[in-house]
Design a protein around this ligand. Structure first.
Ligand code: CP
Length: 311
């Protein structure tokens, strides 16, 4: 099966078969990351521009490593050190970057929909590395890959997603991806951080409290509170949030034995996740980061046409 999209903006736009293809390619490419010489010529001669308007540790580094492992040339542009600080618009930045003939632009932007806007205006591929509170497709894919590695499937899994659902692009990509793949998603969070009608997205159940979501779960996905995206105070205190929506050892016992604990990072230790859980054997947080490289290699590979280079 060929991947037909020029861009990857969100998992909402992909079919189950396309998600399956991206995951199985990532599974195949993963092996490169354990070699002594971690490089293959697949994207030799291609140029990948990482255009980041928001801070990132994992996603930006991971896309850069992924591109380099496939032999692409990479250039990093961060808003804080670019002409964006002089007032340049996204459209003008894009036109100027495009004049240098990149093959793929990987972008993170604080505005939901910025990638749709960009993708319509450029001939190269655009990959969404996170747009506002909309989607974070590479995170959704790496989360699914990590779950599938443990359970061998996604169909039928009970996945609890807990926290600031309203402002979380990770939650939205996880929901689109997981429900397409047949998982059962249970959401919990403060009412002020739960979008009305979210259950209409698919096989999603909104729980009255966190215990209901975690009860019998195969996976407990904890989300970071997105204080930078909240226009006003949506919770009384962090202490109170942690009391009702933080994961600790006692609460985790409600989940299935050996259930996976996941978090996209960065973790607010002691708020959404206690350190004894974050650093426990049940935590798959660093496995998620490891899988991020393979998933992003797969995304770069498929938007490039998924073909090996000819001499
Ligand atoms: N998970 C994630 O997007 O992390 P970064 O913000 O560090 O990229």
């Amino acid at each position: 099966m060929a991947f037909k999209h020029k861009d990857i903006i969100g998992l909402q736009d992909l079919t189950r078969e396309e998600i399956e293809l991206l995951l199985s390619t990532a599974e195949n490419l993963k092996e490169i990351n354990s070699r002594d010489i971690k490089k293959v010529p697949t994207l030799r001669g291609k140029t990948v521009v990482n255009l980041f308007y928001e801070a990132s540790t994992r996603t930006r580094t991971s896309f850069e490593i992924a591109a380099k492992r496939l032999s692409a040339d990479t250039i990093n542009i961060t808003a804080s050190t670019s002409s964006v600080t002089k007032g340049e618009t996204l459209s003008d930045t894009a036109r100027n970057v495009l004049a240098m003939k990149p093959d793929i632009i990987v972008m993170r932007h604080s505005i939901s929909g910025a990638h749709h806007y960009l993708a319509k205006r450029v001939s190269c591929s655009v990959i969404n590395a996170g747009d506002g509170a909309h989607e974070h497709p590479s995170q959704g894919l790496l989360d699914m890959l990590t779950m599938r590695q443990k359970y061998g499937k996604l169909e039928g899994l009970k996945v609890a997603i807990v926290g600031d659902i309203t402002h979380s692009r990770v939650a939205r990509s996880d929901i689109f991806g997981l429900t397409k793949m047949g998982a059962n998603v249970f959401l919990a969070g403060p009412p002020t951080m739960m979008p009305p009608g979210i259950e209409r997205l698919g096989n999603v159940t909104v729980c009255k409290d966190m215990r209901e979501a975690v009860d019998g779960a195969d996976v407990v996905m904890m989300l970071r509170i997105q204080l930078e995206r909240q226009g006003k105070t949506l919770l009384p205190t962090m202490k109170e949030y942690s009391r009702y929506f933080g994961l600790n050892r006692n609460l985790l016992q409600l989940a299935k034995k050996d259930a996976m604990v996941m978090h996209p990072g960065p973790i607010n230790r002691g708020v959404e996740l206690n350190s004894d859980v974050a650093d426990s054997d049940q935590s798959h947080v660093l496995k998620q980061v490891e899988n991020g490289v393979a998933v992003r290699m797969s995304m770069l590979y498929h938007v490039s046409g998924g073909e090996l280079p000819t001499e």
